[in-house]
Structures are given as C-alpha cells and as structure tokens.
Design a protein around this ligand. Structure first.
Ligand SMILES: Cc1ncc(COP(=O)(O)O)c(C=O)c1O
Length: 358
C-alpha cells in the first residue's frame, strides 16, 4: 500500500504496509471474503474462452441484469474505470458533468474523467455529500451559450463519499429534475450495497433513478471487480467498444465474474454491507460518548467522520491506521469493512478514549 501524499487523505508513514491491528483506513484495506476466494478457485478448473465469452460471465451478467432490471451489465476492473466508462457512455464531446465537490470523480481519480474524456466537471458544494435539484439548477445558467461547457450529465454517489445515503424519495426527485431538464443521471455505486443495506431496499429500487450506474464489489468483499449497469438498451450499444478502448476489458473475465457470483449468491453482498454498516454505527455511538470527539456526519453507511484535537489524532495514529480528511487537520475518516469485528471496534474505541484523555 503506497503512502498518499495528498492533504485530503493523509496517513501515518509508520503504518504504511501491512497493518497489525484492524485498519480503519478504508474498506479497501480488508482482504477478500472466503466465499469469493472459493469461487475464484472453482472458476480455475480447466480453460475458458477469454474476454467474457465464458459461461461464468454469461451467468453473472444475466444475474446482474435481472437483479437491477437493467438492459445490460459489464464487468470492469476497478471503480475509477467504471466511473470513466459510465460517463463516456452518457456524454457528448462538448458536455460537462455536474457533481458534488466531494465526488470521487472530482477529488480522487487524478482527473481521469477530465483527462481521458475531455469533459469538464462542474462541482457544487454539498456539505453532506448529497446534491439536490436546486444545486443542479445553479449550474445550468450557461446552457445554450456556445462559450460554456454544456451540462449533459449529473453524477451522484450512493452511498456518498461522506458516508451519507440519498433516500429513495431524494433519488426520484433528482431523476425527475434531470429528465425534465434533458440531463442524464450517472450513479457511482462503489458502495451501493451499503446504501441498499441502510435503506433496506433492493438494488433495483436504487438503480431506478439512474441511466447508468456502477455496482461495487471490491469494497464489499471482492478481490477486485465492479459492474457497470446500463438501464436503457440504447445506451449500451457503444459500451463494449468503450470498455476495451479504456483498457477495462479483462481477458480472464471468468475470475471477475466468479467474484460477483459469490457476492450475489444468497445476497452475500447485503450481509457484508449490513455488517460493515453496523460496525461503523457501533464505532460512531461509542466515539460520540467520548469528550472531545464530535461525529460530524450522519453515519448511514460504513464510514464515520469525526472531529478531534490534532494532538489526539497523532496519539491515536501511533498504533492505528486511518485517514485524515480534507484541509481541516482535526477531521478524520474511520471506515469499517465486511470483516471488521465488534472487538476490533471496541479495541479502537478504548484507544480513542485514552488518546482523547491523554
Ligand atoms: C465512491 C467511490 N467511487 C469510486 C472509487 C474508485 O474505486 P477504485 O479505487 O477501485 O478505482 C472509490 C474508491 O475509493 C470510491 O470511494
């Protein structure tokens, strides 16, 4: 794991590498769920035709289409790739993307949408990570003026980068506004499972608002796979070509498919996400009771954002791995994963109590 130099997410260099204790840095720090590993091993028997023309991929993409009520589903290697591919399916060359300032596409993908697609991101301030029709409307004033990038797509994230979730009603308000305004809606679903678990709804209900969305496997217990879900048939036609052009077409696709096979079986994805959410809630409830610690966003998925004295953060970092967040040195993100245990959380809480009391 490489140290990140950015001020947005900063970590203790001492703990770079394998962490001894459970990491609260990211759900990406967790290993792979045993059922996913078993599915990869089972898929390893014999040869299979490459680039997705194998029975695992056919079965899994059919299952994803049925689960989402979608026109098509495409497996890709990572979440940034899913975002670029999804946006490329929706954008004309002169069009821009309206998104929250905190959106992963805006803050954490090295400008890939702008560099690779030549689009412009029109970021709006959304203190809780959620954008609204009113915020979208503010970015539409240049429409029809050929000196301005023309907003063509709205990109939202569910659950958001700040650990909050759009309600189904909020999603449908955004979708209605977008469709009435001639805008397409892309949803970054790197943590869609966590939102479905929090809202106790189906993936199809979450997807209904979107034209194209991603569905994350990696943060949910996969080794590394995401799905791009295309809700309307006309939008899927170019995706196979765009996926290859964007280097997201895996040759040994069966191993990507096997991972989703395991996550979809008996809704393992939901169990993993519910567990991660519950661990984040346990952490937030415990931390909120510690003097000097403020939980600053509603904990609706698997992330806890907290404010505490930077000296206490430094003390806690002595033994624990987590990221600071944004420009404010007193804000941290603690994240739970499918394999975080109650005792991991309780040990971390004891450390928070002693750091804050120190
Ligand atoms: C909301 C969101 N979208 C997309 C991604 C990108 O995923 P990847 O790191 O697999 O490219 C991340 C990764 O942290 C994320 O948090």
């Amino acid at each position: 794991m490489a140290a990140r130099a950015s001020r947005r997410k900063c970590c203790s260099p001492r703990l770079v590498g394998m962490t001894q204790r459970k990491s609260f840095g990211s759900d990406n720090h967790a290993g792979t769920h045993p059922a996913v590993l078993r599915a990869i091993i089972e898929a390893n028997a014999g040869d299979a035709v490459a680039y997705g023309a194998d029975e695992h991929t056919e079965r899994v993409t059919a299952a994803l289409r049925a689960t989402f009520g979608a026109a098509d589903a495409f497996l890709v290697l990572n979440g940034s790739g899913a975002n670029v591919l999804g946006l490329s399916a929706l954008l004309a060359r002169h069009e821009a993307v309206i998104c929250a300032e905190s959106a992963h596409i805006n803050t954490d993908e090295c400008g890939s949408s702008e560099r690779l697609l030549g689009t412009k991101l029109l970021a709006v301030a959304a203190p809780d990570g959620k954008i609204t029709p009113e915020l979208i409307a503010e970015r539409l004033s240049g429409r029809g003026n050929d000196h301005f990038s023309q907003p063509g797509v709205v990109a939202i994230t569910q659950s958001t980068e700040l650990g909050t979730c759009y309600t189904l009603a909020e999603l449908s308000k955004i979708a209605d506004f977008c469709h009435a305004s001639g805008l397409r809606l892309f949803l970054d679903g790197a943590r869609l499972a966590n939102a479905a678990a929090y809202l106790d709804c189906s993936l199809a209900e979450l997807a209904e608002c979107a034209d194209v969305l991603s569905f994350g496997g990696t943060k949910n217990g996969a080794m590394g796979v995401e799905a791009l879900i295309v809700m309307h048939p006309g939008l899927a036609d170019n995706v196979p070509y765009l996926r290859k052009q964007q280097t997201q077409l895996a040759s040994k696709m069966r191993f990507l498919a096997a991972q989703f096979d395991a996550l979809l079986h008996d809704d393992l994805w939901r169990a993993n996400a519910s567990h991660a959410n519950a661990m984040a809630r346990r952490l937030a409830e415990g931390a909120a009771g510690v003097d000097g610690v403020d939980v600053i966003h509603p904990v609706q998925a698997n992330a806890v954002f907290a404010r505490l004295d930077p000296r206490h953060i430094a003390a806690l970092r002595h033994d624990w791995f987590f990221h600071g967040w944004g420009e404010d040195e007193s804000v941290v993100r603690w994240m739970a994963a499918f394999d975080t245990t109650e005792s991991d959380v309780d040990d971390f809480l004891s450390a928070i109590r002693s750091a804050a009391g120190a």
